[in-house]
Design a protein around this ligand. Structure first.
Ligand SMILES: [Zn+2]
Length: 210
């Protein structure tokens, strides 16, 4: 079992013990640790990258059994973990923006079903609350509503109920989520809604950070 420190803290450096380090067959290694600050890929958010004892962590994946850190060399024993904090912050900003986009869509009659928060391809996909009452959403209006919420600089609130971590900012509605998030909403900066596409009763809201 790996203790998932990234769920409740933002630190990008810590120590851990290597539980196993196995070759993956393609020249890389899959490393399991007793605890980790590395966010694995999931929920539409890319994984953290960084180092374990100065060995590159190229990707982190969450399997049903463990969080596996994919490295390009072997590691063992007590190790120092360092997450690339610049990439972490970018991913947290993009992912947190996805939450606010989901919230605004909800206010406009749409329910967010999935998202992709990778740089350059960020989007949230919605289905209507009531299928028969599909209303097209205006890009400019949507963007204004998102940025109006973000500039209020609400502070992040993390909670855990029955083993499920929820996240929100200020008194906005909370959602269960295992991703990484900005501490205050205005860290996101401004969001550009690039396109809203209606197809087969769903809308895809594509966005970027300005
Ligand atoms: Zn989230």
């Amino acid at each position: 079992m790996t203790e998932l420190l990234y769920l409740f803290e933002d630190s990008t450096e810590c120590t851990a013990s290597v539980l196993s380090c196995l070759p993956t067959g393609d020249g890389l290694y899959a490393v399991a640790l007793d605890r980790t600050i590395f966010h694995p890929q999931g929920g539409g958010q890319p994984s953290d990258i960084g180092t374990i004892n100065n060995v590159s962590v190229v990707k982190v994946v969450h399997t049903p059994e463990a969080v596996l850190h994919i490295t390009d060399r072997e590691v063992a024993g007590e190790v120092v973990l360092k997450v690339n904090s610049e990439k972490r912050h970018l991913h947290s900003r993009l992912h947190s923006a996805g939450h606010i986009i989901g919230l605004v869509g909800d206010q406009l009659g749409w329910h967010a079903t999935r998202g992709n928060h990778f740089p350059g391809e960020a989007r949230v996909i919605f289905e209507p609350h009531v299928p028969a009452s599909v209303q097209l959403v205006d890009c400019v209006q949507f963007q204004a509503q998102v940025n109006q919420i973000i500039t209020q600089a609400f502070v992040r609130v993390l909670n855990e109920n029955n083993g499920i971590r929820t996240v929100t900012w200020g008194d906005l509605p909370a959602y269960p989520c295992g991703g990484t998030h900005v501490k205050t909403l205005n860290e996101i900066g401004q969001v550009e809604i690039k396109k809203i596409k209606l197809k087969k009763g769903q809308i895809t809201v594509s966005y970027a950070l300005i």
